[in-house]
Design a protein around this ligand. Structure first.
Ligand SMILES: Cc1ncc(COP(=O)(O)O)c(C=O)c1O
Length: 461
């Protein structure tokens, strides 16, 4: 399907009326947007008829790939049967009940109770409210400070953006709100450049967990409500923590009675080769948030799960919990999410992400890019990977104008029909979990050509 003659029309209407997320509107309108018209498997098509391989699964979310008919059917069936009803008036519906029960089976031990929302940001916002409520019920009303990490991304509501540690997210909105404090990130590749010296990854993991402990002690444990973190930091540059990090963090949170909030919005639903990042790293969170892969992005839906300790307190308060959205547990979104989980389970998508195509993806990326003169590190797990572009191969230092080289390489990718994201100068991949080996090869060939061209342009090849 080519819709060439309509592209200019759509671009003009889009420029006139549609404000894009995370965009410089004037610059974008001058350049003209790309109109994505349809998608199938791991491929997207634009209105000019270009076929694009999606190395990012949309925004890290399309686990089952595009065009899944079973999910579409499940959504249509729910639309025909119960297009909407809420859960406020002592009511529920079969789709949401089944989804909650399914999640309780898949979630880490002790997480039997879930609340629903509509996005990752909302889920995180809700989690912080539930954390405050928990401490209020416990009579520990001074516990109000929310800790999170530098380079964290938790979304864009006032609270979720405050929790985020990507500093450009703050000044336009006078954020962070009071009571949000940051601790360092376990970004080992950047350790040397960030003044930690030539430390090995395991010692670095302990050191960064110790910085969390020091911060809690400095603020006073009686004032600290929670620590929020992604098992693997996504939008901050795909930061996989050293193996020593999470056990230490778990110990510190326990020692100082700080609730551990795990943001599984990217890592949830198979991305790292287990159902959750909590399984991959052996983390026992008090509260978890998830979105994206829950419905493979086919419907906007997110969830907040409560560990035993929080569930026992919050759900036995014998008073109304004054929280909830018009669309919490929307029947159509629930039906699609439930079908998505059933398809993922039946087709073994989590297992193939760990041992099958995921293992192939990791091996081929390392073989191809580790020797490359522009590459400082290839890291990844399951179907998540990052490739650090650096000025001097063996030095773990960054380019002076951070982001230029990454953007340059990203543009080569886009122009060759590959979507890969550049975070600073790190090229990131997170393809659908249904990807096959030949499609992995296509991504690698396109990325190799983009990195080769970038290296030439910067005099590194
Ligand atoms: C870890 C994490 N948390 C939260 C969010 C926010 O989710 P949403 O964009 O659905 O609000 C994102 C989005 O990328 C994310 O990566």
């Amino acid at each position: 399907m080519t819709t060439h003659n309509r592209t200019k029309h759509w671009q003009a209407l889009d420029a006139a009326h549609h404000v894009h997320p995370f965009s410089d509107t004037a610059a974008l309108n001058k350049e003209g947007v790309r109109v994505i018209t349809h998608a199938e498997g791991v491929y997207l098509w634009d209105s000019e008829g270009h076929k694009i391989i999606d190395g990012m699964a949309g925004l890290w979310c399309v686990q089952v790939g595009y065009g899944n008919k079973e999910l579409a059917e499940a959504g249509c069936e729910a639309l025909r049967t119960l297009p909407y009803y809420n859960h406020f008036f002592k009511t529920t519906n079969p789709y949401t009940i089944d989804l909650a029960a399914k999640l309780a089976k898949l979630l880490p031990e002790g997480h039997e109770r879930v609340l629903f929302a509509n996005s990752g940001s909302e889920a995180n916002d809700s989690a912080l409210k539930l954390i405050r409520y928990y401490w209020n019920l416990k009579g520990k009303t001074k516990k109000k400070i929310h800790l999170s990490r530098e380079l964290a991304y938790h979304g864009v509501t006032m609270a979720a953006a405050s929790l985020s540690g990507l500093t450009p997210m703050h000044p336009q909105w006078d954020l962070p709100l009071p009571g949000f404090e940051k601790v360092p990130t376990p970004y080992w590749f950047g350790a040397k450049a960030n003044g930690y010296g030539d430390i090995d990854p395991e010692a670095f993991g302990v050191l960064i967990a110790k910085a969390l402990e020091d911060k809690i002690v400095e603020l006073g444990p009686e004032n600290v409500a929670s620590f929020s973190a992604e098992p693997v930091q996504g939008a901050g540059g795909l930061i996989f923590p050293p193996s020593t990090y999470w056990p230490e963090v778990q110990r510190v949170c326990q020692k100082y009675d700080v609730l551990l909030h795990l943001d599984e919005v990217i890592t949830g639903f198979g991305r790292t080769g287990e159902w959750f990042g909590a399984n991959t790293y052996g983390i026992r969170p008090d509260i978890m948030t998830m979105a994206k892969g829950l419905s493979s992005g086919y419907q906007p839906i997110s969830a907040i799960s409560l560990g035993e300790r929080m569930a026992d307190t919050l759900l036995n308060a014998n008073e109304e919990m004054v929280h909830g959205y018009t669309y919490s547990g929307h029947p159509v979104a629930s039906a699609v999410a439930l079908k998505n989980l059933e398809v993922m389970e039946r087709d073994g998508l989590v297992g193939r992400t760990k041992g099958g195509v995921g293992a192939y993806f990791q091996k081929r990326l390392r073989e191809t890019f580790e020797p490359h003169p522009l590459v400082g590190e290839v890291r990844g797990l399951g179907l998540l990977a990052a490739i650090e572009l650096v000025p001097n191969k063996n030095e773990r230092a960054f380019f002076a104008n951070v982001g230029d080289v990454g953007t340059h390489c990203r543009n080569y990718c886009f122009n060759s029909g590959l979507i890969s994201r550049a975070i600073r100068d790190t090229m990131v991949l997170s393809p659908p979990l249904t990807i096959v080996e030949s499609e992995v090869e296509e991504i690698i060939a396109k990325l190799k050509s983009a990195i080769d061209n970038t290296a030439r342009d910067y005099g590194k090849m």
